[in-house]
Design a protein around this ligand. Structure first.
Ligand SMILES: [Zn+2]
Length: 372
């Protein structure tokens, strides 16, 4: 299995040590630090929908409030899209093998301190785009609003919270308010159309460069508008982000922090945190590794078999085993064991996020772990 490193060090000594440990490919968000003739095969990461500084380009929540999420704005903003393509042109002029897309999605529960950021985007642009793609924007808005009202009203809250205690309850909620599913489906369609258009542009602009994407791991991906089955044909590399025990909050995209944030939402609605977290584990089919969290302040880790299971799921949906190169948390105390289990399923490439986190957690042993 080849190990790729995210944001490698840039001094000559460390680069040489990385090479000696067998690393030949890196992904960086700091392309300006990469030497003109990089010793590695280099991929540049691009933040896809960064904010512009103008409120006009922010996403809008279900209540009509502009919100920022993951330092991002509305995926349909023309200003954001033209800035993205300008940055693509700049990066593709560098000595790189290809581009990794990051933030190619809508907001997740843990993507913002503003909780309603998940319930986006309902800006006029997105509502027009929903209509253009055959969705009933008003029905979507009504169903999400009604479901939220039922969950907060004293008369109905109790029965609806009980429904959230089980997968069948969630199923009932979605069946009763199909606008919620339409909303999720629209977000996925919007992202897919964007990537499809980008792929066509890349074929014209830089046919020899690769297009890759960091995606939410499969069990969370549809929540943020990422449909592996639809996206994979347009990508050369599919990279599920599987950080099972990321210690920092808010930790968007990390399975443990996204689950903790969802449990925190449920606690606000009246389900004790520990109960909500336990139910979410059951709903998403997860097992905890180590101590059980009873508050969002606690730490929580998901088991290593989950990492393996999600890589298998991504491979199945990507339609090609070799196309999937997961990115995992290098600061994981059990990094070596996780890599060993990934080797056992014949994974070809695994990316470590980040060099710095790996070195901080494992000190001088980090390079030994990479070289094994
Ligand atoms: Zn929008």
């Amino acid at each position: 299995m080849r190990i790729w490193v995210f944001n490698p060090p840039t001094d000559a000594l460390s680069l040489k040590a990385l090479q000696e440990a067998g690393v030949s490919t890196v992904v960086t968000s700091r392309i300006k630090d990469i030497p003109p003739k990089p010793p590695f095969t280099t991929y540049a990461m691009i933040h896809v929908f960064p904010t512009t500084g103008s409120p006009e380009d922010l996403a809008m929540d279900i209540h009509g409030q502009p919100v920022e999420w993951f330092s991002s704005g509305c995926p349909n903003s023309p200003a954001i899209r033209s800035a993205f393509y300008a940055e693509m042109e700049r990066l593709l002029a560098q000595p790189i093998r290809g581009i990794f897309l990051d933030g190619i999605r809508f907001s997740s529960p843990a993507s913002s301190t503003i909780k309603t950021s998940f319930l986006t985007c309902f800006c006029p642009r997105c509502q027009r785009d929903m209509a253009k793609h055959g969705y009933d924007a008003e029905k979507i808005r009504q169903d999400i609003n009604t479901a939220m009202e039922l969950l907060s009203s004293p008369g109905t809250k109790r029965s609806w919270l009980r429904a959230l205690y089980s997968p069948s309850g969630w199923f009932s909620l979605m069946a009763a308010y199909p606008g919620i599913l339409d909303w999720l489906q629209y977000r996925a369609e919007c992202v897919t159309v964007f990537v499809k258009e980008l792929r066509a542009w890349m074929k014209e602009h830089s046919p020899d460069k690769k297009l890759a994407a960091f995606l939410f791991q499969p069990c969370l991906s549809y929540l943020v508008g990422q449909n592996y089955l639809a996206l994979a044909p347009h990508l050369d590399i599919v990279s599920p982000m599987i950080y099972r025990n990321y210690p920092h909050q808010p930790g968007p995209a990390t399975i443990n922090q996204e689950m903790m944030t969802m449990a925190d939402f449920l606690e606000e609605a009246g389900i004790p945190f520990g109960q909500g977290f336990k139910d979410l584990l059951a709903i998403f089919g997860l097992e905890i590794d180590g101590s059980f969290p009873n508050s969002i302040e606690d730490s929580a880790g998901i088991s290593i078999p989950h990492v393996i299971g999600e890589v298998k799921a991504a491979r199945a949906m990507a339609g090609s085993q070799g196309k999937v190169a997961p990115i995992i948390w290098a600061g994981d105390p059990q990094l070596e064991e996780t890599l060993r289990q990934l080797k056992n399923i014949s994974l070809q490439s695994c990316i470590l996020f980040t060099y710095e986190a790996g070195f901080t957690a494992h000190k001088d042993q980090f390079l030994d772990i990479l070289g094994r």
